[in-house]
Structure formats: structure tokens, C-alpha cells
Design a protein around this ligand. Sequence first.
Ligand SMILES: CC(C)(COP(=O)(O)OP(=O)(O)OC[C@H]1O[C@@H](n2cnc3c(N)ncnc32)[C@H](O)[C@@H]1OP(=O)(O)O)[C@@H](O)C(=O)NCCC(=O)NCCS
Length: 170
Amino acid sequence: MGTIRLETTWDEGAVNQLLTRAFGRRAESELLDRLRSSGATVPQLCLVADQNSVIVGHICYNHVTLESDPPTKVVALAPMAVTPAFQNKGVGTALMKESLARADARGVPLVLVVGHPEYYPKFGFVPARSMGIEPPWPDIPDKAFMAKPLTAYREHMRGPVRYPEPFEDI
Ligand SMILES: CC(C)(COP(=O)(O)OP(=O)(O)OC[C@H]1O[C@@H](n2cnc3c(N)ncnc32)[C@H](O)[C@@H]1OP(=O)(O)O)[C@@H](O)C(=O)NCCC(=O)NCCS
């Protein structure tokens, strides 16, 4: 499966190509460009799976604000992809585990994701509404908006969440 390491600026072109291939469209690659240029991404949590200098997987997180009392800085996973030929070989799992461990070590209290309800629960994600966290947009199915509490999570961390502006366009 190769190495899981931090994404560098040199990887950006290959990551964008990977996203376009994995999602079969350019929307996620364009979203990542807007997230990067707006400063929404958390570079310390954006990782690649490097197989003999070929990028076969990618995961990234963004700063988001939970409107709790007081407001809490948390992160939202987006996007995540594994190149089609390498899917179902554990690359996504390795990226998830390493990035969640790094987030926990940085004191991030909570990770949010809008995504496949069948994929994320195995990593400890639960429907965010069950934790009192309201989605950033009204049309997200409850089961697709998920949250994972980390070590620094506290009970008061609930309420509506605001995603960075680039997400409005997708
Ligand atoms: C989703 C994705 C990142 C998973 O990466 P991966 O390296 O294939 O995943 P792993 O090999 O670690 O895990 C495979 C497991 O996930 C499951 N899985 C893979 N893709 C899935 C999906 N779209 N929905 C639900 N489960 C999925 C597999 O069935 C397998 O389950 P098992 O462990 O019970 O056998 C990858 O399939 C991908 O890039 N898909 C296209 C882009 C995408 O949908 N990104 C996520 C947006 S929310």
C-alpha cells in the first residue's frame, strides 16, 4: 500500500487528477482548489498514500466552526478518494486511521463528514444529529452527516455547524 505522508504542494496536480478519476467528475477537484486557496484546509491533516512515488489515495480536512456555547473549532473531512485501481485494498482505511490519529494528537475535539453512511461508521462515526449537531445545509440526509468525537470532545459541543463558503457551490 506504500506510505501515508503529508501532502506537499508538489502533490497537488496528482491529487486533483486522482479526485477527478475517483469521483468521475471535476467537482471535488475544483472544490479542493477553492478550499486550498481560501485557507480552509488544515495542511497538517491533508495526507496522501504514496505508492512508489505515485499518489494512489488522498484525504483532507477543513476548519469549521461549531456554533456551540462557546463556539468550538472542529474539522470537516473533505474530500477523500482512492484511485479506482487501488480501491478496496485498505488504502482508505490507512488514510482514515492515520489522519484521525493526527487530529486527536493535535487536540481536535470532533470530526465531521458528509458522505457514504455505509463507509464511515466503521471508523467510529455516528449520525451527527444524535450528538445534537445540526447540518450545514437543510437537504443533507441525517444518516449522511456524521461525527466522530475525539479525546478532547466535551458534552457542550453541540449546535449548528457552519462549513466554509466553497462548499456552497458544490
Ligand atoms: C470511499 C473510498 C475512499 C474508500 O477507499 P478504499 O481504499 O476503497 O477503502 P478500503 O479498502 O479501506 O475499505 C474498503 C471497504 O469500504 C467499502 N466501501 C468502499 N467504497 C464504499 C462506498 N462508496 N460506500 C460504502 N462502502 C464502501 C468496501 O465495501 C469495503 O468494505 P469491507 O471492508 O467491509 O470489505 C474509495 O472507494 C473512493 O475513493 N471512492 C470514490 C470517491 C468517494 O466516494 N469518496 C468518498 C466521498 S464520501
